[in-house]
Design a protein around this ligand. Structure first.
Ligand code: PEP
Ligand code: MN
Length: 348
């Protein structure tokens, strides 16, 4: 249930409601909005909503009918904005994350990071722990890969997103990365999600290969329920009967999720299509459909990439795409970064 306080509610009234909910046995999550405070009560508490309705400062008590609570718009009507240094995800600006599928070498990471920065990306992507369908495929460089990614991100004033595959990797990934990526194959690794809920770094939850939107939002709920409010979702294509593309990118998921939830939605057109010649069209469509960000695979030499080369863009293709996105974004009241020169001074 959600207790919506009125605009003039005092801090003492808010605290009284929180105390009453705790007494009823609920886990309490507070969301302090621009105009009013909303208090979410989740878990196995028992209480009569009418008792809360008559408390001072309470405007209304709503039942959240969706199975996910903290991820729902009923709990938080305003869009969530995730701030990492000077990067804001979920605001007016469409944030572009780009980089290789995997960190492979110092030179590859550095060259690619420089190229995506020049084109206007704000976040460097790259995996050091790779979930591969085959145990014989390249599994990532591990910690040395994380070091390369962090150093390149710092040199180019980029934030860093990288995948964490298991609980035992959280500590080392947290040391180097600004955003935890939960891969499609791990979307329902509930113990990992719970543990990430205890961290205080943003988490991007990719949609599972055959996950419904509701299941995806419930995965985000696991992280939120642990107290980590900085969660974003990533549509990366789902498995359908179509085999021409690697996956079917569900563009309609963008407006659907934005109606149901306040969490930012990022789109990954690289895994969504699996083919570099289809990535630009899907990236443009995603921005037009209202995506809050994109995550795109770019490689300095994609033909020799150790993973996902066929879907990785050449740096020049990415630069051109960014120029196109800068034309599309303003048509729907959004913007895309034009900054090309590294700014110093941001510290983690
Ligand atoms: C990736 O981002 O390189 C990746 C493995 O993505 P996904 O989990 O969506 O397959
Ligand atoms: Mn990949």
């Amino acid at each position: 249930m959600v207790v919506v306080m009125n605009e003039r509610a005092t801090e003492a009234e808010i605290q009284a409601v929180v105390a009453q909910l705790v007494e009823m046995g609920f886990d309490v999550h507070r969301s302090t909005g621009v105009n009013r405070t909303v208090i979410g009560a989740v878990g196995n508490g028992v209480g009569d909503p009418q008792l809360l309705e008559v408390q001072g400062g309470v405007q209304e008590v709503l039942r959240i009918t969706e199975p996910y609570k903290l991820a729902s718009r009923t709990f938080k009507p305003d869009n969530s904005v995730i701030t990492i240094g000077d990067v804001r995800i979920g605001g007016d600006e469409v944030v572009v994350m780009a980089g290789p599928c995997s960190a492979e070498s110092e030179e590859q990471v550095e060259t690619t990071a420089a190229a995506v920065k020049r084109a206007g990306a704000k976040v460097l992507r790259g995996g050091a722990f790779k979930p591969r369908s085959s145990p014989y495929s390249f599994q990532g460089l591990g910690e040395p890969g994380l070091k390369m990614l962090r150093a390149a991100a710092d040199r180019h004033d980029l934030r860093l997103i990288t995948e964490v595959m298991e609980i035992g990797q959280i500590e080392v990934v947290e040391r180097y990365s600004d955003i935890f990526q939960v891969g499609a194959r791990n979307m329902q690794n509930f113990s990992l999600l719970r543990e990430l809920g205890r961290t205080r770094k943003p988490v991007m939850v990719k949609r599972g290969i055959s996950a419904t939107i509701e299941e995806w939002l419930l995965s985000a709920e696991y992280v939120l329920a642990g107290g980590n409010t900085d969660v974003m979702l990533c549509e990366r294509g789902i498995r359908t009967f179509e085999s021409y593309t690697r996956n079917t990118l569900d563009i309609s998921a963008i407006p659907v999720v934005q109606k149901l939830s306040h969490l930012p939605v990022i789109v990954d057109p690289s895994h969504g299509t699996g083919r570099r010649d289809k990535v630009a069209a899907m990236a443009r469509a995603s921005v037009a459909a209202g995506a809050d960000g994109l995550i795109i695979e770019v490689h300095n030499d994609p033909d020799h990439a150790r993973s996902d080369g066929a879907q990785s863009m050449f740096p020049q293709q990415f630069e051109r795409l960014m120029a196109e996105l800068r034309i599309i974004a303003p048509a729907i009241g959004r913007s895309i970064c034009v900054e090309t020169v590294a700014r110093r001074g941001w510290s983690r």
